[in-house]
Design a protein around this ligand. Structure first.
Ligand SMILES: Cc1cc2nc3c(=O)[nH]c(=O)nc-3n(C[C@H](O)[C@H](O)[C@H](O)COP(=O)(O)OP(=O)(O)OC[C@H]3O[C@@H](n4cnc5c(N)ncnc54)[C@H](O)[C@@H]3O)c2cc1C
Length: 271
């Protein structure tokens, strides 16, 4: 089968930090379908696309007649109809991301017209508080959720916990700080694991995101007991974080939501 037409264009690439980028992609000649915040779509490039100069060489030879395709959570709000935004980490040895990072504004790529996924707010009753835990680019689906509704008018509490190695890897930090300033029902907990490298002393929490839960920092900020009856918890990003969090939350009575069983933990593994 021939490689499908590259049906979208890169309109903006913003480097958050080395190897971390925000990509805006606009369809050409077709309309984006409606989607729910938290869902993902698929992006593709041909194997002939150039690799980023600071990535590793290709480990294996790729079939030349197939697009390299990968899933990406949408970071833009569902009300945005012009383009989709993705927050992507460069995997130096990877198939697609070294090609994505070599792209320039105006270059073409393939964007799936299908948007899908169960990692949405659909199963969260309107009176439950929500905590979003993420590492690295796992913040992307939460940005879409926060950008798609006016949370300040809601009665419930929201919290975002975002873990990264260093402060400069905390993508969307200024937007999240602004939401925190505007919305009294929103709290932002950035946490870094490598404070020694910070040029200015880091006075926030240090370690992995699990620490925010273990130390009951959200409970203290919200001034209430957090239970599976009053709060739903979202986990997205590194599978090791997700496993550790599911284990810790399990001892506090939280169980995972599945197709067959209701629960207060919702999760999305990136790999
Ligand atoms: C539902 C879903 C949503 C996703 N959303 C995002 C997203 O919003 N942003 C994003 O950057 N990635 C996301 N991913 C991961 C993405 O699909 C690719 O796996 C990733 O970009 C690597 O692609 P690659 O071809 O360069 O590497 P591959 O050749 O596919 O190598 C895969 C390996 O790269 C590593 N890896 C994959 N993703 C990451 C990551 N984000 N951070 C660090 N290491 C990683 C893992 O070790 C994995 O085994 C998502 C995956 C799924 C299943």
């Amino acid at each position: 089968m021939p490689i499908p037409e590259l049906n979208a264009i890169l309109t903006q690439k913003v480097e958050v930090a080395p190897g971390l980028g925000i990509f805006s992609v606009k369809p050409i000649g077709w309309e984006l379908p409606d989607f729910k915040p938290g869902q993902f779509t698929v992006v593709g490039l041909p194997p002939s696309a150039k690799r980023f100069e600071y990535s590793d060489p290709e480990a294996t030879e790729l079939p030349q007649d197939k697009l390299i395709k990968r899933a990406y959570s949408i970071a833009s709000g569902s009300i945005e109809k012009d383009h989709l935004e993705f927050y992507v980490r460069l995997v130096h040895s990877g198939g697609l991301t070294p090609r994505l990072f070599a792209m320039k504004n105006g270059d073409r790529l393939w964007l799936s017209p299908k948007i899908t996924g169960m990692f949405t707010l659909d199963k969260v009753p309107a009176d439950k508080n929500i905590i979003f835990f993420s590492t690295g680019t796992g913040i992307a689906p939460y940005m879409s959720m926060l950008r798609s509704s006016v949370i300040v008018t809601e009665q419930r509490n929201y919290a975002v916990v975002h873990g990264a190695m260093n402060s400069w890897d905390l993508g969307y930090r200024s937007e999240l700080l602004t939401i925190e300033r505007i919305c009294p029902n929103f709290k932002y907990f950035p946490i870094i694991s490598n404070p020694e490298k910070e040029p200015m002393a880091w006075d926030g929490p240090v370690g992995f995101v699990q620490r925010i839960w273990d130390k009951k920092l959200i409970q203290k900020k919200w001034d209430m007991e957090i239970t599976p009856e009053n709060t739903h918890i979202f986990l997205c990003g590194n599978p090791n974080m997700i496993e550790a969090m599911v284990l810790g939350l399990g001892t506090d009575g939280f169980i995972e939501q599945t197709r067959k069983r209701p629960g207060a933990i919702h999760l999305e593994r990136f790999w």
